[in-house]
Design a protein around this ligand. Structure first.
Ligand code: F3S
Length: 81
């Protein structure tokens, strides 16, 4: 299983991840990306059919803000405004 989060502190709101993986990433009102399925907490596995898109986004992020792990991140969920 793959888990993912966006490091919001380093995301520069470039928008590439949502283009590569629109089912995984969305943006808050400042354009910062987050993982939609678990409010960026990294607690729910990325559906297998989306893992290729996840890696496309991972490789395309200019600031290496997308983090992928085999185990959950258990980060604090963001509040999406
Ligand atoms: Fe941010 Fe990287 Fe996406 S900079 S908007 S996480 S491609």
């Amino acid at each position: 299983a793959k888990f993912a989060i966006v490091d919001i502190d380093s995301c520069i709101a470039c928008g590439a991840c949502g283009a590569a993986a629109p089912k995984i990433f969305n943006y808050d009102d400042e354009g910062l990306a987050y993982v939609v399925i678990d409010e960026n907490s990294g607690t729910r596995k990325i559906p297998g059919r989306l893992v290729d898109d996840l890696y496309d986004a991972f490789e395309g992020c200019p600031t290496d803000s997308i983090k992928i792990s085999n185990t959950p991140f258990n980060a604090s969920p963001i509040k999406v405004k």
